[in-house]
Design a protein around this ligand. Structure first.
Ligand SMILES: *Cc1c(COP(=O)(O)O)cnc(C)c1O
Length: 367
Protein backbone atom coordinates (compact mmCIF):
# COMPACT_ATOMS: atom_id res chain seq x y z
CA UNK A 1 0.00 0.00 0.00
CA UNK A 2 1.28 3.47 -0.78
CA UNK A 3 0.69 6.59 1.28
CA UNK A 4 -2.53 8.33 0.26
CA UNK A 5 -4.37 11.41 1.56
CA UNK A 6 -8.08 11.28 2.35
CA UNK A 7 -9.81 11.15 -1.06
CA UNK A 8 -11.62 14.49 -0.63
CA UNK A 9 -8.26 16.29 -0.28
CA UNK A 10 -7.56 15.58 -3.97
CA UNK A 11 -10.75 17.44 -4.94
CA UNK A 12 -9.60 20.66 -3.28
CA UNK A 13 -8.23 23.30 -5.64
CA UNK A 14 -5.42 25.26 -3.98
CA UNK A 15 -6.22 28.90 -3.17
CA UNK A 16 -5.01 31.15 -6.00
CA UNK A 17 -3.36 34.26 -4.53
CA UNK A 18 -3.13 37.54 -6.44
CA UNK A 19 -0.15 37.76 -8.79
CA UNK A 20 2.47 39.97 -7.14
CA UNK A 21 4.99 40.75 -9.87
CA UNK A 22 5.34 40.92 -13.64
CA UNK A 23 8.63 39.51 -14.93
CA UNK A 24 10.64 42.30 -16.50
CA UNK A 25 8.46 45.15 -15.17
CA UNK A 26 10.13 47.01 -12.33
CA UNK A 27 7.41 49.42 -11.34
CA UNK A 28 4.34 47.18 -11.44
CA UNK A 29 1.16 48.43 -9.80
CA UNK A 30 -0.25 45.59 -7.70
CA UNK A 31 -4.03 45.85 -7.47
CA UNK A 32 -4.66 42.13 -7.09
CA UNK A 33 -4.93 41.31 -3.37
CA UNK A 34 -7.03 44.06 -1.73
CA UNK A 35 -4.10 45.19 0.40
CA UNK A 36 -4.69 48.61 1.97
CA UNK A 37 -3.68 51.48 -0.32
CA UNK A 38 -1.44 53.14 2.27
CA UNK A 39 0.64 50.10 3.29
CA UNK A 40 1.24 49.46 7.00
CA UNK A 41 0.65 52.29 9.50
CA UNK A 42 3.97 54.09 10.27
CA UNK A 43 3.63 53.22 13.97
CA UNK A 44 4.20 49.55 13.11
CA UNK A 45 7.82 50.02 11.96
CA UNK A 46 9.04 51.23 15.36
CA UNK A 47 7.08 48.54 17.19
CA UNK A 48 8.78 45.89 15.05
CA UNK A 49 12.24 47.45 15.43
CA UNK A 50 11.88 47.27 19.20
CA UNK A 51 11.33 43.51 18.95
CA UNK A 52 14.54 42.75 17.08
CA UNK A 53 16.39 41.65 20.24
CA UNK A 54 13.40 39.79 21.70
CA UNK A 55 12.68 37.30 18.94
CA UNK A 56 13.95 34.33 20.96
CA UNK A 57 10.96 34.78 23.29
CA UNK A 58 7.72 32.93 22.68
CA UNK A 59 4.72 35.24 22.29
CA UNK A 60 1.91 35.40 24.85
CA UNK A 61 -0.22 32.49 23.65
CA UNK A 62 -3.34 34.17 25.02
CA UNK A 63 -2.58 37.44 23.16
CA UNK A 64 -3.90 39.31 26.20
CA UNK A 65 -2.59 42.81 25.41
CA UNK A 66 -3.69 42.56 21.79
CA UNK A 67 -7.17 41.35 22.73
CA UNK A 68 -7.43 44.20 25.23
CA UNK A 69 -6.45 46.70 22.51
CA UNK A 70 -8.94 45.26 20.02
CA UNK A 71 -11.66 45.24 22.66
CA UNK A 72 -10.98 48.87 23.59
CA UNK A 73 -10.89 49.96 19.98
CA UNK A 74 -14.10 48.25 18.89
CA UNK A 75 -16.03 48.36 22.18
CA UNK A 76 -16.00 44.57 22.64
CA UNK A 77 -15.32 42.26 25.59
CA UNK A 78 -11.72 40.95 25.21
CA UNK A 79 -12.84 37.66 26.79
CA UNK A 80 -14.92 37.00 23.68
CA UNK A 81 -12.06 37.64 21.25
CA UNK A 82 -9.77 34.94 19.83
CA UNK A 83 -6.80 35.93 17.66
CA UNK A 84 -5.38 33.93 14.80
CA UNK A 85 -2.69 33.81 12.11
CA UNK A 86 -4.96 35.74 9.77
CA UNK A 87 -8.70 35.25 9.87
CA UNK A 88 -8.14 32.27 7.53
CA UNK A 89 -6.66 30.45 10.55
CA UNK A 90 -9.90 30.93 12.48
CA UNK A 91 -12.08 29.96 9.49
CA UNK A 92 -10.22 26.63 9.20
CA UNK A 93 -10.59 26.01 12.94
CA UNK A 94 -14.34 26.75 12.92
CA UNK A 95 -14.79 24.25 10.07
CA UNK A 96 -12.87 21.58 11.98
CA UNK A 97 -14.81 22.24 15.18
CA UNK A 98 -18.35 22.40 13.78
CA UNK A 99 -17.99 20.50 10.48
CA UNK A 100 -16.72 17.04 9.61
CA UNK A 101 -18.67 13.80 9.38
CA UNK A 102 -22.09 13.36 10.98
CA UNK A 103 -22.10 10.88 13.87
CA UNK A 104 -24.95 9.00 12.16
CA UNK A 105 -23.03 8.80 8.84
CA UNK A 106 -22.70 11.19 5.91
CA UNK A 107 -21.18 14.68 6.03
CA UNK A 108 -22.17 17.91 7.65
CA UNK A 109 -22.99 20.63 5.16
CA UNK A 110 -21.39 24.05 4.86
CA UNK A 111 -23.52 26.62 3.01
CA UNK A 112 -21.97 29.56 1.15
CA UNK A 113 -23.07 31.68 -1.80
CA UNK A 114 -22.11 31.03 -5.41
CA UNK A 115 -19.51 33.82 -5.57
CA UNK A 116 -18.51 33.58 -1.89
CA UNK A 117 -14.92 33.73 -0.59
CA UNK A 118 -13.04 30.60 -1.73
CA UNK A 119 -11.35 29.82 1.60
CA UNK A 120 -14.71 28.59 2.99
CA UNK A 121 -14.79 25.84 0.39
CA UNK A 122 -11.17 24.80 0.99
CA UNK A 123 -11.57 24.79 4.79
CA UNK A 124 -14.92 23.01 4.63
CA UNK A 125 -13.64 20.25 2.37
CA UNK A 126 -10.54 19.77 4.52
CA UNK A 127 -12.78 19.36 7.57
CA UNK A 128 -14.85 16.77 5.70
CA UNK A 129 -17.95 18.89 5.07
CA UNK A 130 -19.89 18.87 1.85
CA UNK A 131 -20.05 22.39 0.48
CA UNK A 132 -23.39 23.72 -0.78
CA UNK A 133 -23.43 26.91 -2.89
CA UNK A 134 -26.58 29.02 -3.12
CA UNK A 135 -27.54 31.42 -5.93
CA UNK A 136 -27.04 35.16 -5.49
CA UNK A 137 -29.25 37.99 -6.69
CA UNK A 138 -27.50 40.83 -8.47
CA UNK A 139 -24.20 39.37 -7.22
CA UNK A 140 -25.42 39.74 -3.63
CA UNK A 141 -26.04 37.01 -1.04
CA UNK A 142 -29.72 36.00 -1.12
CA UNK A 143 -30.98 35.24 2.40
CA UNK A 144 -34.00 33.31 1.14
CA UNK A 145 -31.82 31.06 -1.05
CA UNK A 146 -29.48 30.39 1.88
CA UNK A 147 -32.38 29.53 4.20
CA UNK A 148 -33.88 27.26 1.54
CA UNK A 149 -30.60 25.28 1.36
CA UNK A 150 -30.58 24.40 5.06
CA UNK A 151 -31.11 20.71 5.90
CA UNK A 152 -30.79 18.67 9.12
CA UNK A 153 -27.12 18.12 8.08
CA UNK A 154 -26.28 21.83 7.81
CA UNK A 155 -23.87 22.99 10.51
CA UNK A 156 -22.36 26.20 9.13
CA UNK A 157 -23.28 29.17 6.95
CA UNK A 158 -20.44 31.48 5.83
CA UNK A 159 -21.19 34.96 4.51
CA UNK A 160 -18.49 37.53 3.79
CA UNK A 161 -20.02 40.94 4.42
CA UNK A 162 -19.05 42.77 2.27
CA UNK A 163 -18.23 39.82 0.03
CA UNK A 164 -14.98 39.22 -1.82
CA UNK A 165 -14.82 39.25 -4.87
CA UNK A 166 -18.20 40.92 -5.54
CA UNK A 167 -17.94 43.84 -3.07
CA UNK A 168 -21.66 43.73 -2.31
CA UNK A 169 -23.06 43.69 1.25
CA UNK A 170 -26.08 42.66 3.28
CA UNK A 171 -27.71 45.34 5.45
CA UNK A 172 -28.21 44.68 9.18
CA UNK A 173 -31.88 43.79 8.70
CA UNK A 174 -30.89 41.03 6.27
CA UNK A 175 -28.13 39.49 8.42
CA UNK A 176 -30.60 39.52 11.34
CA UNK A 177 -33.26 37.87 9.18
CA UNK A 178 -30.69 35.24 8.17
CA UNK A 179 -29.74 34.50 11.78
CA UNK A 180 -33.36 34.30 12.90
CA UNK A 181 -34.28 32.02 10.02
CA UNK A 182 -31.46 29.54 10.70
CA UNK A 183 -32.00 26.65 13.12
CA UNK A 184 -30.16 26.96 16.45
CA UNK A 185 -27.82 24.08 15.52
CA UNK A 186 -26.35 26.10 12.61
CA UNK A 187 -23.30 28.31 13.15
CA UNK A 188 -23.45 31.60 11.21
CA UNK A 189 -20.02 33.06 10.41
CA UNK A 190 -20.08 36.70 9.33
CA UNK A 191 -16.68 37.44 7.77
CA UNK A 192 -16.24 41.20 8.05
CA UNK A 193 -12.74 41.44 6.54
CA UNK A 194 -13.72 44.75 4.88
CA UNK A 195 -15.81 46.22 7.72
CA UNK A 196 -13.46 49.18 8.21
CA UNK A 197 -14.22 50.38 4.68
CA UNK A 198 -18.00 50.33 4.95
CA UNK A 199 -19.64 53.67 5.57
CA UNK A 200 -23.36 52.98 5.62
CA UNK A 201 -25.86 53.45 8.43
CA UNK A 202 -27.60 50.16 7.58
CA UNK A 203 -24.40 48.06 7.98
CA UNK A 204 -23.59 45.98 11.07
CA UNK A 205 -20.42 43.85 10.90
CA UNK A 206 -21.85 41.13 13.13
CA UNK A 207 -20.94 41.94 16.74
CA UNK A 208 -24.56 42.76 17.61
CA UNK A 209 -25.72 39.37 16.35
CA UNK A 210 -22.90 37.62 18.22
CA UNK A 211 -24.11 39.31 21.42
CA UNK A 212 -27.72 38.36 20.73
CA UNK A 213 -27.18 34.64 20.05
CA UNK A 214 -24.96 31.74 21.06
CA UNK A 215 -24.29 30.48 17.54
CA UNK A 216 -22.89 33.44 15.57
CA UNK A 217 -19.25 34.42 15.00
CA UNK A 218 -17.79 37.58 13.46
CA UNK A 219 -14.30 37.35 11.93
CA UNK A 220 -12.06 40.36 11.25
CA UNK A 221 -8.58 40.91 9.86
CA UNK A 222 -5.56 43.20 10.00
CA UNK A 223 -4.74 42.25 6.40
CA UNK A 224 -6.81 44.88 4.59
CA UNK A 225 -7.14 48.43 5.94
CA UNK A 226 -4.56 47.87 8.70
CA UNK A 227 -1.99 46.84 6.09
CA UNK A 228 -0.53 43.80 7.88
CA UNK A 229 -1.31 40.98 5.41
CA UNK A 230 2.34 39.92 5.42
CA UNK A 231 2.36 39.40 9.20
CA UNK A 232 -0.84 37.26 9.35
CA UNK A 233 -3.22 38.58 12.00
CA UNK A 234 -6.96 38.18 12.35
CA UNK A 235 -9.51 37.80 15.12
CA UNK A 236 -12.90 36.39 15.89
CA UNK A 237 -15.61 37.74 18.19
CA UNK A 238 -17.68 34.85 19.48
CA UNK A 239 -19.95 33.64 22.29
CA UNK A 240 -18.14 32.11 25.32
CA UNK A 241 -18.67 28.45 24.37
CA UNK A 242 -17.27 29.01 20.87
CA UNK A 243 -14.31 30.96 22.31
CA UNK A 244 -13.61 27.97 24.57
CA UNK A 245 -13.71 25.56 21.66
CA UNK A 246 -11.41 27.72 19.52
CA UNK A 247 -8.96 27.94 22.41
CA UNK A 248 -9.04 24.14 22.80
CA UNK A 249 -7.82 23.47 19.28
CA UNK A 250 -5.87 26.49 18.02
CA UNK A 251 -2.13 26.26 17.80
CA UNK A 252 -0.98 27.66 21.19
CA UNK A 253 1.27 30.34 19.64
CA UNK A 254 -0.76 31.04 16.51
CA UNK A 255 -0.07 34.79 16.70
CA UNK A 256 3.63 35.63 16.40
CA UNK A 257 5.36 38.11 18.67
CA UNK A 258 5.70 40.55 15.77
CA UNK A 259 2.07 40.22 14.66
CA UNK A 260 0.93 40.77 18.25
CA UNK A 261 2.88 44.01 18.77
CA UNK A 262 2.30 45.26 15.22
CA UNK A 263 -1.45 44.84 15.69
CA UNK A 264 -1.42 46.94 18.85
CA UNK A 265 0.66 49.63 17.10
CA UNK A 266 -1.62 49.65 14.05
CA UNK A 267 -4.71 50.17 16.21
CA UNK A 268 -2.99 53.11 17.90
CA UNK A 269 -2.08 54.98 14.68
CA UNK A 270 -4.03 58.24 14.95
CA UNK A 271 -6.59 58.85 12.21
CA UNK A 272 -5.64 55.77 10.20
CA UNK A 273 -9.11 54.31 9.77
CA UNK A 274 -10.75 57.66 9.00
CA UNK A 275 -8.09 58.65 6.46
CA UNK A 276 -8.06 55.24 4.76
CA UNK A 277 -11.85 55.06 4.58
CA UNK A 278 -12.18 58.57 3.14
CA UNK A 279 -9.47 57.91 0.54
CA UNK A 280 -11.06 54.63 -0.45
CA UNK A 281 -14.55 56.08 -0.78
CA UNK A 282 -13.37 58.94 -2.98
CA UNK A 283 -11.08 56.83 -5.16
CA UNK A 284 -13.58 53.97 -5.47
CA UNK A 285 -16.16 56.48 -6.73
CA UNK A 286 -13.63 57.94 -9.18
CA UNK A 287 -12.56 54.53 -10.52
CA UNK A 288 -16.18 53.40 -10.80
CA UNK A 289 -17.27 56.54 -12.65
CA UNK A 290 -14.37 56.48 -15.05
CA UNK A 291 -14.77 52.79 -15.94
CA UNK A 292 -18.53 53.14 -16.34
CA UNK A 293 -17.99 56.09 -18.68
CA UNK A 294 -15.82 53.74 -20.74
CA UNK A 295 -18.72 51.32 -20.98
CA UNK A 296 -17.40 48.81 -18.41
CA UNK A 297 -20.02 47.51 -15.96
CA UNK A 298 -19.09 47.84 -12.26
CA UNK A 299 -20.84 46.03 -9.40
CA UNK A 300 -21.62 48.54 -6.61
CA UNK A 301 -18.94 47.93 -3.94
CA UNK A 302 -18.66 48.74 -0.24
CA UNK A 303 -15.08 47.44 -0.01
CA UNK A 304 -11.62 48.47 -1.25
CA UNK A 305 -12.03 46.88 -4.66
CA UNK A 306 -14.45 46.85 -7.55
CA UNK A 307 -15.63 44.04 -9.80
CA UNK A 308 -15.45 45.04 -13.47
CA UNK A 309 -17.49 43.04 -15.98
CA UNK A 310 -15.85 42.80 -19.41
CA UNK A 311 -18.85 40.78 -20.72
CA UNK A 312 -16.86 37.86 -22.26
CA UNK A 313 -13.99 35.72 -21.14
CA UNK A 314 -12.08 36.53 -24.34
CA UNK A 315 -12.33 40.23 -23.50
CA UNK A 316 -11.07 39.52 -19.95
CA UNK A 317 -8.06 37.76 -21.49
CA UNK A 318 -7.18 40.67 -23.75
CA UNK A 319 -7.89 43.32 -21.09
CA UNK A 320 -5.73 41.47 -18.55
CA UNK A 321 -2.88 41.14 -21.08
CA UNK A 322 -3.24 44.83 -21.98
CA UNK A 323 -3.01 45.81 -18.28
CA UNK A 324 0.01 43.59 -17.62
CA UNK A 325 1.84 44.97 -20.60
CA UNK A 326 1.40 48.36 -18.91
CA UNK A 327 2.59 47.09 -15.53
CA UNK A 328 -0.83 46.84 -13.88
CA UNK A 329 -1.77 43.63 -12.06
CA UNK A 330 -5.43 42.91 -11.26
CA UNK A 331 -7.20 39.70 -10.26
CA UNK A 332 -8.85 37.11 -12.52
CA UNK A 333 -11.91 35.66 -10.80
CA UNK A 334 -12.90 32.77 -13.08
CA UNK A 335 -12.33 30.47 -10.09
CA UNK A 336 -15.15 32.33 -8.34
CA UNK A 337 -17.60 31.61 -11.14
CA UNK A 338 -17.03 35.08 -12.63
CA UNK A 339 -15.05 34.34 -15.83
CA UNK A 340 -16.10 37.60 -17.52
CA UNK A 341 -14.89 39.81 -14.66
CA UNK A 342 -11.73 41.32 -13.21
CA UNK A 343 -11.41 42.36 -9.57
CA UNK A 344 -9.53 45.62 -9.15
CA UNK A 345 -8.18 46.80 -5.78
CA UNK A 346 -8.41 50.53 -5.03
CA UNK A 347 -4.82 51.77 -4.65
CA UNK A 348 -3.20 55.15 -4.21
CA UNK A 349 -4.38 57.95 -6.50
CA UNK A 350 -1.27 57.43 -8.69
CA UNK A 351 -1.84 53.68 -8.92
CA UNK A 352 -5.49 54.21 -9.79
CA UNK A 353 -4.46 56.71 -12.48
CA UNK A 354 -2.26 54.06 -14.09
CA UNK A 355 -5.07 51.50 -13.90
CA UNK A 356 -7.56 53.93 -15.42
CA UNK A 357 -5.20 55.04 -18.20
CA UNK A 358 -4.61 51.42 -19.17
CA UNK A 359 -8.16 50.11 -18.85
CA UNK A 360 -10.03 53.05 -20.34
CA UNK A 361 -7.47 52.95 -23.16
CA UNK A 362 -8.30 49.31 -23.69
CA UNK A 363 -12.04 49.97 -23.68
CA UNK A 364 -11.67 52.80 -26.22
CA UNK A 365 -9.58 50.61 -28.53
CA UNK A 366 -11.81 47.52 -28.27
CA UNK A 367 -15.34 48.58 -27.35
C1 LIG B 1 -8.77 39.03 2.70
C2 LIG B 1 -9.92 38.30 3.27
C3 LIG B 1 -9.81 37.66 4.50
C4 LIG B 1 -8.58 37.87 5.34
O1 LIG B 1 -7.74 36.84 5.36
P1 LIG B 1 -6.51 36.89 6.37
O2 LIG B 1 -6.29 35.44 6.59
O3 LIG B 1 -6.96 37.59 7.62
O4 LIG B 1 -5.41 37.59 5.67
C5 LIG B 1 -10.90 37.00 5.01
N1 LIG B 1 -12.08 36.99 4.34
C6 LIG B 1 -12.22 37.63 3.19
C7 LIG B 1 -13.55 37.66 2.54
C8 LIG B 1 -11.15 38.29 2.61
O5 LIG B 1 -11.30 38.91 1.43
Amino acid sequence: MTLRPRPEILDIHPYVPGVSAIPGANRAVKLSSNEGAFGPPPSVASALAALATQLHRYPDGGAARLRAAIGARFGLDPERIVCGAGSDDLIFLLCHIYGGPLPEGGSTELVMTEHGFSIYQIAGRLAGCSVVKTPERRRTADVDAILAAVTPATRMVFVANPNNPTGTFLPAAETARLRHGLPPYVLLVLDAAYAEYVDRPDYEPGAALVDASDNTVMTRTFSKMFGLGGLRLGWAYAPPAIVENLNRVRSPFNVSLSAHDAGIAALAEPGWVERSRAHNAAERARVTRSLEQSGIGITPSEANFVLADLTTQARVDTADAHLRARGVIVRRVGGYGLPTCLRITIGTAEENDRLLDALTGFAAASP
